[in-house]
Design a protein around this ligand. Structure first.
Ligand SMILES: NC(=O)c1ccc[n+]([C@@H]2O[C@H](COP(=O)([O-])OP(=O)(O)OC[C@H]3O[C@@H](n4cnc5c(N)ncnc54)[C@H](O)[C@@H]3O)[C@@H](O)[C@H]2O)c1
Length: 310
């Protein structure tokens, strides 16, 4: 039995080069036609081009997920081009930020707005399209481990990802009568694997954020400041040795959007090598002492295609 999204159409918001592009590519590799949204016109276009390069069908639909007119506009554009929308992935977000003592009201407000209105408006208008047309679709909201437990230095992010988690459960109840499923998916600090990003920033390269200093990063230098976290050598923290890549995420989101997952709604799917399940007092064995996961099944076959051509 192969998972297939053949005949389905997906819309992925915030399809920047890391996780959004990885999910969009995965949905396409499993057979869906994919519309890539981002507020950054180039990012949306590049995600669509990556899909085309890998043999899929894609369009870019740039727009701001917080602007209702723009959302209605790009949802209509996808329907006009591909006829329907069966899958929505609410991925757009503002990452980074600061801790509660230092965050600005401006960044906090905008980060919450992108998460809140992004999830709400896209779920509302794609949900209406699905309900009106009898499409028993799948909606996935991308959460974060920061939405489930506390991290220092990301107070806005922690707030809105926590909101995403309960938005999903409530929207799942609203849309269950229509056969539309709503779930969250929790990535946990995946290692970027988009070849474009690796070429630009090096393997495992740290991505620039609009507003860095997350997860216990820099704060002020006043004498009363206290460090937000342990900065010495840490034991390994992830039971399986790795939190994975956007490709790992993509495979599982594709499955969650497939008809095999027809009764899964209102849940959170987490792919993190067991990181979230770990008790606070438990430190996993060293990587050398664990078998680790099975080899990764790649989704970006650009390199292989290049080799075939040359
Ligand atoms: N990178 C991680 O370590 C990590 C971990 C857990 C969860 N996540 C979540 O995964 C998702 C993607 O993360 P990423 O690492 O690819 O981040 P990213 O910053 O590379 O991508 C987010 C994209 O959202 C877009 N965006 C921001 N505001 C928008 C708006 N108003 N309208 C449309 N697009 C908008 C940005 O332009 C960007 O391309 C996010 O929801 C993030 O919170 C990321």
């Amino acid at each position: 039995m192969d998972i297939s999204l053949e005949g389905k159409v997906a819309l992925v918001t915030g399809a920047g080069p890391n996780i959004g592009s990885g999910i969009a590519l995965a949905l396409a590799r499993y057979g869906a036609k994919v519309a890539c949204n981002d507020i950054d016109v180039d990012a949306a276009k590049t995600a669509a081009e990556r899909i085309e390069r890998n043999g899929g069908t894609a369009i870019s639909v740039p727009g701001d997920v917080t602007d209702e007119e723009q959302v209605i506009g790009y949802v209509q554009a996808v329907v006009e081009r591909f006829g329907q929308i069966d899958i929505l992935v609410n991925n757009a977000a503002l990452l980074g930020g600061k801790g509660v003592l230092d965050e600005s009201a401006e960044f906090f407000g905008r980060a919450v707005e992108v998460a809140a209105l992004g999830n709400f408006l896209n779920t509302k208008h794609v949900g209406r399209h699905m309900a009106e047309n009898g499409i028993r679709g799948s909606i996935v909201a991308i959460s974060s481990s920061n939405g489930w437990s506390g991290s220092a230095g990301v107070i806005a992010y922690a707030f809105h990802k926590g909101g995403v988690n309960n938005f999903v459960r409530a929207a799942a109840m609203d849309l269950a009568p229509y056969g539309i499923r709503v779930n969250s998916f929790t990535p946990t600090a995946p290692t970027p694997d988009n070849p474009d990003l690796i070429a630009e920033r090096g393997a495992g390269g740290v991505l620039e954020r609009p507003h860095r200093h997350g997860i216990g990063g820099e704060s002020g230098t006043e004498s009363w400041r206290r460090p937000a976290r342990w900065t010495g050598q840490r034991p390994p923290m992830v039971p399986m040795g790795t939190t994975g890549t956007p490709t790992d995420i993509g495979h599982c989101v594709a499955w969650l959007c497939s008809d095999y997952a027809r009764l899964i709604t209102g849940i959170d799917l987490v792919v993190d090598g067991g990181a979230r399940a770990k008790n606070f007092a438990y430190f996993p064995a060293a990587a050398a002492d664990t078998a680790g996961p099975l080899p990764l099944i790649p989704l970006d076959i650009t390199g292989e295609l290049d080799q075939e051509v040359s």
